[in-house]
Write a protein that binds this ligand. Structure first.
Ligand code: FSX
Ligand code: SF4
Ligand code: F3S
Length: 314
């Protein structure tokens, strides 16, 4: 009770009311595909955490957009909420330690929390030329092999870590590969797909784990079904225009201003599984198709090769 009171006082000090927080929990619960009876339990995960699982967050071949989108996520205070429920032991972008001390933190965390920590991995692994990516003199693949097998659960965040992403775009000189495939652990690693992914899907996966003691159910590409069971096209607000053959043929046109369907200017929504239309980005402000940009299929494997040329009809 005391813990909970303190939590709400801290939120209040940031200008966040209990009502705002409950609104967020309701939204998160719905995104996770749980019934509204779970809202108080989801709130409790944040407000009165029974445990703060240690997290080791690795950076491999990527642009760090995934960390950026998580830390600057939809609600200005959610980053702190996430830090509230997790104990981040190692994260190259946000930790203060550097050099030998950072390395020491990593090794200490793996030893101390062997089999108990959550490993989050961002970025792809160059298997053809492993030396393309190194931290502290170690190749990415060796870092992944050293850390991942000791984790209680591993979450690959972003299409790079899932399927290779931009680093693996043809001709993929480094032989960049997603984490699951590189370690032969497909199906055992959760893939939060997108470039970058929506942070709510990471938060939902972690809350699911803390609340129900297990990782969420996954599709055959390792993506949580709560977020990736439907296509963009399934939930698209422009769908009625698609059905009526009301199409944007040119950006800046009258049809574009009317919010017509973006299929002819390259929308990959019909082939792309993600919950962007419902979850939205930046405080629920908008998402690509709502902003007038076709979906480029960023949550699908090899989208840089399979979905290009962008802006051309499928
Ligand atoms: Fe990849 Fe994440 Fe795209 Fe970038 O780190 S999914 S390039 S947004 O940031 O890995
Ligand atoms: Fe489908 Fe894209 Fe048209 Fe939306 S804009 S209805 S996702 S094709
Ligand atoms: Fe990506 Fe398409 Fe959503 S490009 S962010 S999956 S609308």
């Amino acid at each position: 009770m005391e813990k909970e009171k303190e939590f709400y006082e801290r939120l209040n000090a940031k200008g966040v009311s209990r009502r705002d927080f409950m609104k967020y929990c309701t939204f998160l619960t719905a995104t996770m595909g749980l019934s509204s009876s779970f809202v108080p339990k989801v709130a409790e995960v944040f407000a009165a955490p029974k445990q703060r699982p240690p997290v080791v967050w690795l950076h491999l071949g990527e642009c760090t957009g995934c960390s950026e989108s998580t830390l600057r996520s939809m609600y200005p205070w959610i980053d702190e909420l996430v830090l509230e429920i997790l104990s981040i032991e190692y994260h190259e972008t946000i930790m203060t330690a550097s050099g030998d001390q950072a390395e020491e933190n990593l090794h200490n965390a793996i030893k101390k929390y062997d089999g108990k920590f959550i490993c989050v991995v961002e970025g792809a692994i160059p298997l053809k030329y492993p030396g393309y990516g190194r931290v502290a003199g170690k190749d990415f693949i060796d870092i992944a092999k050293e850390v991942v097998p000791h984790a209680a659960a591993t979450i690959a965040i972003g299409s790079c870590a899932n399927f290779g992403g931009i680093p693996a775009a043809a001709p993929n000189p480094g032989g960049y590969t997603g984490l699951g495939e590189a370690l032969g652990m497909e199906g055992k690693i959760v893939n939060i797909a997108g470039c970058p992914p929506n942070p709510i899907n990471l938060v939902g996966t972690i809350v699911n784990y803390l609340l129900l003691g297990k990782l969420p159910a996954l599709d055959d590409l390792g993506r949580p079904l709560f977020a990736y069971a439907k296509t963009i096209h399934d939930s698209c607000p422009r769908r009625s225009h698609f059905e009526n053959d009301e199409m944007v043929e040119e950006f800046g046109s009258e049809e574009a201003a009317l919010g017509y369907c973006l299929y002819k200017v390259g929308c990959r929504g019909p082939e792309t599984y993600n919950n962007c239309a419902v979850a939205k980005f930046n405080d629920g402000t908008s998402w690509p198709v709502e902003a007038g940009h076709p979906c480029i299929g960023c949550s699908e494997p090899q989208f840089w090769d399979n979905m290009t040329p962008f802006y051309e009809e499928l």
